[in-house]
Design a protein around this ligand. Structure first.
Ligand code: FES
Length: 104
């Protein structure tokens, strides 16, 4: 397992998703309070980016049809999305946000 440095933890504003390119994978890194999460930047309803999505109560809300996803688990919480978002491991080290590089 390897980790990729994507941002300074202090640079991440609360509830404002940061787009990150991780070896060609489009991710969003999102702070919610003290926690930081990494998810695919793809709504599972239409396969398009979640760019511009709002974050409310540690859920990300698709800007197109309003599906909500849990940032922690990726679970689709409301229609019209039913499939979960992929999530990635995150850790903070020396003030930097590290995201787990996927194996596949
Ligand atoms: S495209 Fe995201 S809910 Fe429809």
């Amino acid at each position: 397992m390897s980790w990729v440095d994507v941002a300074g933890a202090a640079e991440l504003p609360d509830s404002a998703p940061l787009p990150v390119d991780l070896d060609g994978l489009a991710l969003l890194v999102v702070r919610c309070g003290e926690e930081i999460y990494a998810i695919d930047d793809v709504c599972t309803h239409d396969g398009e980016p979640l760019a511009g999505a709002a974050v409310e109560a540690c859920e990300i809300v698709c800007p197109r049809h309003g599906a909500r996803f849990c940032l922690r688990t990726g679970e689709a919480l409301t229609p019209p999305a039913y499939e979960p978002l992929r999530t990635y491991g995150v850790r903070i080290e020396s003030g930097r946000v590290l995201v787990e590089r996927p194996q596949d």
